[in-house]
Ligand binder design. Structure first.
Ligand code: PMP
Length: 330
């Protein structure tokens, strides 16, 4: 017989899958780390578990306590799952551009969700970050775990994501490509891979065009959960060798290609990371082994990235949508 005792035992140890169709004409090996196969459907399960355990250990989170967190959804799902198993209440704040499906997942796990305007600066009293700080102060027994500040965020990737990739590739990885949101993944996994390889592995970030990590002003873009209007403490600028700006159009087109050509229903930040990985791969050779991290599932974006009408509103109708209509009309 074989079973797991707790859902938290199923967090991490995600597989690598070689991308074989979207990589046509590329001689390097491109392996995708499938984080949507975590129990909560994203890479953020990893940090949720570690942040809660850190707060329990240092006495900030006591039995029956409340977790308050500003989250675009994925961290919330991870926290809500661990909180449900351990008897904590969850109150999440999120920007209004986060899809309704994602908010409803949080509510399904018993969390309360406070929706805040996305189009205000981070220090504005109505921003989802400021509101979370206020709620953590006002609710008795509440703790803000703060993925944007706590070392537990990047530590989870230093101790799990990074070592997994090194072991799975038997140290043959040459490039690590990952999207940057809080910066926890690139800072933690990237640092581990740099250290263990003696600086040989190249660490490449993917950032929405417009966000500050790739030199933008912080102007709005469509992708969720990635990029920032300002550099948070969770990001370690010493780790990435390079951060590539990817336009929404490329990210969305690649996301849709992943579903159609590779069978991978993943989110927009996965498409963004793969778009960046493909541009790295085009200049790489047959001995290169590129690992690209796919942070979450595409289920939360069916009414956005995978909806032709929604895309059309932003002038982003992908070419294959037109082809499908033309074929249907015949
Ligand atoms: N993709 C999605 C969908 C996310 O929610 C996040 C986290 N905000 C990321 C990518 C980026 O991960 P990190 O915060 O570790 O930089």
């Amino acid at each position: 017989m074989s079973w797991y005792e707790s859902l938290t035992d199923l967090i991490g140890d995600t597989p690598l899958l070689r991308l074989s169709r979207i990589t046509e004409g590329i001689s390097a090996t491109v392996l995708a780390k499938l984080e949507h196969l975590n129990p909560g459907g994203s890479v953020k399960d990893r940090i949720a578990l570690r942040m809660i355990e850190a707060a329990e250990r240092d006495g900030r989170l006591l039995p029956g306590g409340t977790i308050v967190e500003p989250t675009s959804g994925n961290t919330g799902v991870g926290l809500a799952i661990v909180a449900a198993l351990r008897g904590y209440r969850c109150v999440f704040t999120c920007p209004d551009k986060v899809s309704v499906e994602k908010r409803n997942v949080l509510r399904a796990h018993g969390a309360e969700v406070v929706v805040c305007p996305a189009a205000v600066p981070p220090d504005h009293p109505d921003s989802y970050r400021t509101v979370s700080t206020r709620l953590a102060r006002e609710i008795p027994g509440a703790v803000k775990l703060d993925q944007y500040a706590t070392p537990a965020n990047r530590e989870s990737h230093y101790h799990s994501t990074g070592p997994e990739i090194w072991a799975q590739t038997e140290g043959r990885i040459t490039h690590f490509v990952t999207s940057v949101g809080t910066g926890g993944t690139i800072s933690g996994a990237g640092r581990y891979l740099k250290e263990v390889s003696g600086g040989r592995v190249r660490i490449i970030g993917a950032d929405p065009d417009g966000s500050v990590y790739s030199g933008g002003t912080g102007r709005p873009y469509l992708l969720e959960g990635v990029g920032q209007p300002g550099i948070p403490a969770s990001f370690d600028p010493a780790v990435p060798d390079e951060i590539l700006a990817v336009h929404d159009r490329d990210s969305i087109e690649t996301t849709r290609r992943l579903a159609r050509e590779e069978g991978l229903l993943v989110g927009g930040s996965s498409g963004m990371a793969v778009a960046a990985a493909l541009s790295v791969a085009k200049n790489a050779g047959p001995a290169d082994l590129i690992v690209v991290l796919l942070p979450d599932s595409g289920r939360g974006y069916l009414s956005k990235i995978f909806d032709d009408e929604w895309l059309g509103r932003f002038g982003l109708t992908p070419p294959e949508a037109g082809r499908a209509t033309a074929a249907g009309a015949l």
